[in-house]
Design a protein around this ligand. Structure first.
Ligand code: GRG
Length: 301
């Protein structure tokens, strides 16, 4: 693979993320504006319009660009995944789950409003995600649409992210610490499944083979989680916009507690190289995806 494409170009990536987030936020605003959410309008907009990195939308749109699929099509998938991701964050922050006061640099929904509102916002965002995919404005064939809806249901539900969350909660209440392979399995579901879906959007819309993208996603998903564990130890609440040091407080088994900081970093960098390799046959068209993988391990927020 061309070396310049596999090395992180921070300035190039920053511009890519900025442009994409700008476009995504404009389209999300337009999408939300048409809705009749009544008293739920404010808390829904508050949760999803917060300062998220918009990484999953970026993955949807960049895997689509590999196949020359325009933004005005992939945006529906980008909105869908951000709705599902935001729902998971709002529910994860609840006292019965991870119990957090701060998310995306602002008070969590149950702190700003109350628990019932946070549950309803999560429920509403989950439905809204599927609404974004099933709207007639998303102009793809019925076959493609069904596949996207079906695979998002699988990846986000009890065979996907929800299962990962259940395993995480179970592990917290167990006295036995998880082994490294169990931590990887849990994270493959909890964090990995939504990332996997985002990376398959392009080939699914194009009717192409999803395999290289699934492999890329599995590497990127794991690297993302390892860095999340590292940042929980090394970063600040101000930089991340959420509480830090939670894993140690809860005596939770993570990649850092299992491998140590240096080996965790090494593992994350190895995974990035493998991710870039997985899509290298797309040559120049894999550049942005490789830059995203590099950002994931270089990120400070
Ligand atoms: C409640 C069903 C249910 C699932 C919750 C995603 C999740 C499952 C919990 C979040 C807990 C957590 C910190 C997971 C680690 C990885 C992760 C998903 C971090 C947040 O994603 P970012 O960094 O967030 O992309 P932004 O705010 O930038 O979108």
């Amino acid at each position: 693979m061309n070396k310049t494409y596999s090395e992180f170009d921070e300035t190039y990536f920053k511009k890519l993320l900025e442009n994409n987030s700008l476009y995504f936020d404009q389209q999300l605003k337009k999408f939300l504006k048409q809705k009749n959410f009544g008293i739920l309008k404010k808390p829904i907009e508050y949760s999803i319009s917060g300062k998220g990195k918009r990484l999953r939308p970026l993955l949807c749109m960049e895997t689509s660009k590999v196949f020359n699929i325009p933004n005005d099509l992939s945006i529906f998938c980008a909105i869908a995944i951000e709705c599902i991701h935001t729902y998971s964050l709002v529910h994860d922050d609840l006292p019965s789950m991870d119990d957090d006061d701060l998310r995306r640099g602002q008070p969590t929904v149950h702190k700003k409003w109350n628990e019932a509102t946070a549950i309803l916002v999560g429920d509403a965002l989950q439905s809204l995600g599927f609404e974004a995919l099933s709207t007639h404005e998303f102009n793809v064939s019925d076959k493609v649409k069904n596949k996207l809806i079906w695979s998002l249901a699988i990846n986000s539900g009890a065979s996907g992210m929800v299962l990962g969350q259940a395993l995480d909660i179970e592990a917290e209440s167990s006295r036995k610490q998880l082994e490294l392979n169990e931590i990887s399995k849990l994270q493959e579901y909890k964090t990995g499944k939504l990332i996997a879906w985002s990376c398959e959007v392009g080939p699914i819309i194009a009717g192409e083979n999803t395999e290289p993208f699934s492999l890329y996603a599995s590497k990127v998903g794991l690297a993302f989680q390892i860095i999340d564990d590292i940042l929980d130890v090394t970063s600040s609440s101000k930089a991340l916009g959420k509480k830090v040091g939670k894993d140690i407080d809860k005596n939770k088994a993570t990649f850092v507690s299992s491998l140590g900081l240096d080996n965790s970093k090494k593992k994350a960098f190895e995974l990035v190289s493998e991710a870039c390799e997985a899509i290298s046959s797309f040559k120049d068209r894999s550049r942005n995806l490789c830059q995203i993988a590099n950002f994931i391990v270089s990120r400070q927020f």
